[in-house]
Design a protein. Structure first.
Length: 50
């Protein structure tokens, strides 16, 4: 777990999904204050084109 920069609470990995654009992104979410921080450099497509 990672410490939150705002409140020093624990941050857990979570995945945000945008169903309209078909992208997903890993974020760190603080379980104490709810702050979110991007964990990946860029969103990834949900389905790869073949």
């Amino acid at each position: 777990m990672y410490p939150c920069e705002k409140c020093q609470g624990s941050m857990l990995l979570d995945r945000e999904v945008d169903m309209e654009s078909g992208l997903s992104l890993l974020v760190l979410v603080c379980i104490n204050c709810g702050r979110r921080k991007q964990a990946e450099s860029a969103p990834l497509p949900l389905i790869e084109a073949s």
